[in-house]
Design a protein around this ligand. Structure first.
Ligand code: FE2
Length: 289
């Protein structure tokens, strides 16, 4: 576990609580920490253990993002808000300093745009600005662009959850680039960067991060073991792949901005990413051209 540097200033959380923050403190935009409502935390004790791991890693705020519309779990906005309130109370009672914001990992289904419009599907933080969208594991449905367009037509920004873990997008990253160019954002999973899901997923994470297709790194934690709420190790890998400023944007500034109701500016990322590495023959060609 890489511990972030401490000490930077004082800030206020979306819940109105004053906190001391540091440049190395994280906001986790994707975490299955609510107990007993999806395939994430099984019970309250596990959620509390996850929260302690998150705090130890430097995470100060976590969006609780249970699955919704995935054919197995249904977690409409009202239910998410109730569960978030209960977990906040338990964390307060235990003295664990982790802010929980409401969210959802919404599976990409034709009903999603209407559900967002009527308020039955949860936006990130319930701010009505951005929506975490999950694709199937292997495929991209034919109606994907239409659904993303209908979400964007409401003034909402879709955030594609862990595209590096989708088989089709690993082979066809240009499809993700099209979505990003039309205004979508994307989130890489920290443990994809560190290799937990295998070399192919890690290679795709590298290509997408260095290609400017990723705007957030998040834990997508499900448990207090193995798939834990840890961002620091993934952030360190992203810094190694790119540079300190890109890692800071993806792990700190953009997620913290989302928690404060600000959608990231993709141009900042484009101006920060290092230029693509050239092979020896490309360098040779440039010198002789
Ligand atoms: Fe997830």
């Amino acid at each position: 576990m890489v511990h972030p540097k401490k000490g930077c200033g004082r800030g206020v959380t979306p819940g109105g609580r004053w906190i001391w923050y540091s440049a190395g403190m994280f906001t986790d935009i994707h975490c299955h920490i609510l107990p007993g409502i999806d395939d994430g935390s099984k019970e309250l004790a596990q959620s509390l253990a996850m929260a302690r791991i998150a705090v130890a890693d430097g995470i100060t705020t976590s969006f609780a993002t249970p699955h919704h519309f995935n054919g197995v779990y249904s977690n409409p906005a009202r239910a998410v808000l109730d569960h978030v309130e209960q977990l906040r109370e338990e964390l307060h009672n235990e003295g664990i300093e982790l802010e929980i914001l409401p969210g959802a990992e919404n599976h990409i289904v034709p009903e999603l745009p209407d559900a967002l419009a009527e308020g039955s599907a949860m936006t990130m933080g319930n701010f009505g600005q951005a929506v975490l969208v999950e694709l199937p594991v292997h495929t991209v449905p034919v109606s994907t662009e239409e659904i993303l367009d209908n979400i964007r037509a409401q003034g909402l920004v879709p955030i594609i959850a862990h595209p590096e873990r989708n088989t089709y997008l690993r082979q066809n990253p240009s499809r993700l680039r099209e979505w990003v160019e039309m205004g979508c954002l994307a989130q890489v999973t920290a443990q994809s960067c560190t290799g937990l899901f295998g070399p192919q997923v890690r290679a795709a994470a590298h290509a997408m991060v260095t290609g400017g297709l990723i705007h957030f790194v998040a834990s997508d934690a499900h448990r207090d073991r193995r798939r834990i709420p840890e961002i620091s190790a993934g952030r360190a890998e992203i810094e190694r792949w790119t540079n300190a400023e890109t890692a800071r944007l993806l792990a700190e500034e953009f997620p913290a901005g989302l928690a404060a109701g600000r959608v990231p500016d993709s141009l900042r990322l484009a101006n920060t990413l290092p230029a693509p590495r050239q092979s020896w023959w490309q360098r040779l060609f440039r010198q002789t051209a």
